[in-house]
Design a protein around this ligand. Structure first.
Ligand code: SF4
Length: 209
């Protein structure tokens, strides 16, 4: 758990308290959080809420990995309790598990990170029905590492969607942003192009401030 000016996608730059969970049901080839696949320490819900969450001055809690937060047994209860404390939640998920129950309040915003082919095939685990529950305060995000596979896949995906949702294209760390910016303009895509802001500040370090 740490404090950070991170906030991905539409909420980039907002100071947030990060609550990071271990374990993931996917195995993306370029995962920078493999250390979360094992180990960790189970923290009782009351300890988590009554400790740093309650004491934090940030109005936002980013509920995220390393891994996949929706795998946590008490993920929904945690989210509801944070909202009942008057804080907003940015829930980061791969969209491979159902999100419906987490859309109970506009205080919860969902960042659904739809995997691209460079993940090593993990895009096949995406639950398409999750798109039905994306609201105006949510967004879907594509991390793009290659011109052909990832870019074409992402463009095809958004063009096949039956409805308009907020879309973020994010170049994978180390990817040249220029070609992606030029491609987005050339193809007149209804997306926002945003970098991994925290990595400009802290690089590959695990923590924040
Ligand atoms: S979903 Fe995230 S945490 Fe899980 S393997 Fe992929 S990049 Fe790593």
């Amino acid at each position: 758990m740490f404090h950070s000016i991170q906030g991905e996608g539409l909420y980039m730059g907002i100071p947030m308290l990060f609550v990071r969970t271990n374990r993931c049901n996917l195995r993306c080839t370029w995962c920078d959080s493999k250390y979360t696949f094992t180990g960790g320490r189970e923290v009782p819900l009351e300890e988590l809420l009554g400790g740093e969450v309650e004491r934090s001055r940030e109005q936002w809690v980013c509920f995220t990995g390393g891994g996949e937060p929706l795998l946590q047994r008490e993920a929904l209860e945690f989210t509801k309790r944070v909202v009942s404390m008057g804080k907003k939640v940015l829930l980061e998920t791969s969209g491979s598990l159902p999100i419906k129950e987490f859309t109970f309040s506009p205080m919860v915003s969902i960042d659904m990170d739809i995997k691209t082919p460079s993940s090593g095939g993990e895009e096949k685990h995406f639950l398409k029905e999750n798109l039905d529950y994306i609201r105006d305060n949510d967004y879907v995000k594509f991390v793009i590492a290659s011109r052909g596979g990832d870019y074409d896949y992402s463009v095809g995906f958004i063009r096949s969607m039956q409805r308009s949702v907020n879309v973020v294209f994010q170049p994978a760390w180390g990817t040249d942003m220029r070609w992606l910016a030029e491609a987005v303009v050339r193809d007149a895509l209804p997306v926002r192009l945003l970098p991994q802001f925290h990595k400009f500040i802290w690089g590959e370090a695990r923590g924040g401030v």
